[in-house]
Design a protein around this ligand. Structure first.
Ligand SMILES: NC(=O)c1ccc[n+]([C@@H]2O[C@H](COP(=O)([O-])OP(=O)(O)OC[C@H]3O[C@@H](n4cnc5c(N)ncnc54)[C@H](O)[C@@H]3O)[C@@H](O)[C@H]2O)c1
Length: 375
């Protein structure tokens, strides 16, 4: 259902090697403009938006909407008054505030809604928004259970004029689009494996969203991520981004998954796992290995430059380490090549290296930065 950004970045092997050899640093990651807004905007030069759920993520969207000319926030909705007040006051458009999302949907001025409620509310709000004729951007994960995704797929197929987009933002990163082009052009050969991790140390660095808040007056509403009736836990909240990348790079959905999870350290009343390791099998024999832990944030990718999360895309001719930017760090992409193919030397029967130029990269141990054009 996600609308892929069709703005492509052309990259050839020669260009990539040339720019890498120039030794320039990896450019800061750029999340391209929201294709959802661009597409809908064609019919109405200023898209009128309502936002439902104005907690951490919803407010983050508002800060970005404040910088987008083609959209105006006309309605904001939250059941928790302090979050609603913050949204109304933090938007440059000073939207009308609502407590009941159905009133936003019946507002004829609203063309489109952003849904950033807890996961268990995604389906009812998305369903009602589509029924009300609105375009929808819903945060990931789109649904809480399988029945809900089948119902939404049917609804979206029946409404070709309405745009429905899911907030899996790696697809809109130019770094990830470049990596996808490298895969399509065969620069890393046949992609056989992806390793993904999202590791945090919640002991030393407690998280506002993943640490049980015992004294919050909102009770379960404040801890929804930690309770299965509202949340899919680490796999839905973090893993969904990385499964999306593996699906995209492999070109298919996985067909089988096995794994181990447990409440192994944080016995604080949560009933979602605090540690999960999964192996997904894809139809052509590819694998995604994914790990989510809460007790250590070390990341072996990127030559140790980064912690917590990233993906490693492995092919028969090379590997890409890639991650999105954060508020403090840029997006990052690195390309490692496999050793050059050895071919038998007919005269001496000794193996000879097929390509001298590839040997100069240290047989795959030294990465080339993935670069983007500026501007
Ligand atoms: N794409 C990403 O990288 C990313 C990052 C963070 C969060 N998210 C997603 O955004 C969503 C929200 O996460 P969050 O961190 O902002 O959670 P949050 O708890 O900070 O905010 C959720 C807000 O929804 C409100 N709410 C609950 N029920 C409501 C209802 N019926 N009507 C209106 N408002 C309601 C709550 O009061 C709260 O203010 C989740 O689905 C999460 O997975 C996505």
């Amino acid at each position: 259902m996600a609308e892929a950004n069709d703005k492509k970045i052309e990259i050839s092997r020669r260009d990539a090697v040339k720019t890498a050899a120039a030794g320039a640093a990896v450019a800061a990651g750029v999340i391209t403009g929201a294709p959802w807004i661009q597409k809908v905007k064609a019919a109405n030069s200023q898209l009128q938006i309502g936002i439902i759920g104005t907690g951490g993520r919803g407010y983050y969207h508002i800060t970005h909407l404040n910088n987008i000319d083609g959209a105006r926030l006309v309605a904001a909705c939250d059941i928790y008054q302090p979050n609603l007040d913050k949204a109304v006051n933090g938007s440059k458009d000073k939207p009308k505030g609502y407590k009941d999302y159905r009133e936003v949907l019946s507002n004829k001025d609203v063309d489109a809604v952003i849904i950033a409620t807890p996961l268990y509310m995604h389906f009812p709000v998305t369903r009602d928004a589509l029924l009300a004729g609105k375009h929808v951007f819903c945060e990931k994960s789109l649904v809480h259970n399988a029945e809900e995704v089948h119902a939404l797929r049917k609804m979206v197929n029946e409404r070709p004029k309405q745009v429905m987009q899911v907030g899996l933002q790696r697809r809109y990163s130019r770094f990830y689009q470049t990596a996808k082009q490298m895969v399509e052009k065969g620069l890393i050969g046949d992609v056989t494996n992806v390793y993904a991790q999202w590791h945090r140390n919640l002991i030393n660095v407690p998280s506002a969203t993943w640490t049980m808040k015992k004294n919050d007056p909102r009770g379960e509403d404040a801890n929804w991520r930690l309770l299965r009736k509202y949340s899919g836990g680490l796999v839905a909240e973090l893993g969904s981004h990385q499964m999306d990348i593996a699906d995209w790079m492999f070109g298919s959905h996985f067909e089988f998954v096995s794994g181990v999870g447990g409440i192994d350290y944080f016995k604080d009343g949560r009933d979602v796992y605090d540690s999960v390791q999964l192996i997904f099998r894809y139809p052509k024999g590819q694998r995604l290995m994914a790990s989510y832990i809460s007790t250590n944030q070390h990341c072996p990718l990127f030559g140790g430059q980064r912690a917590q999360f990233g993906e490693c895309i492995m092919g028969t001719q090379g590997t890409i380490h890639i991650t999105v930017g954060t508020d403090d760090e840029p997006a990052l992409g690195m390309w490692y090549r496999e050793p050059a193919k050895k071919v038998p030397d007919a005269n001496t029967s000794k193996a000879a290296v097929a390509s001298a130029s590839l040997a100069s990269t240290g047989k795959g141990s030294r990465p080339l930065p993935i670069l983007l054009q500026q501007g």
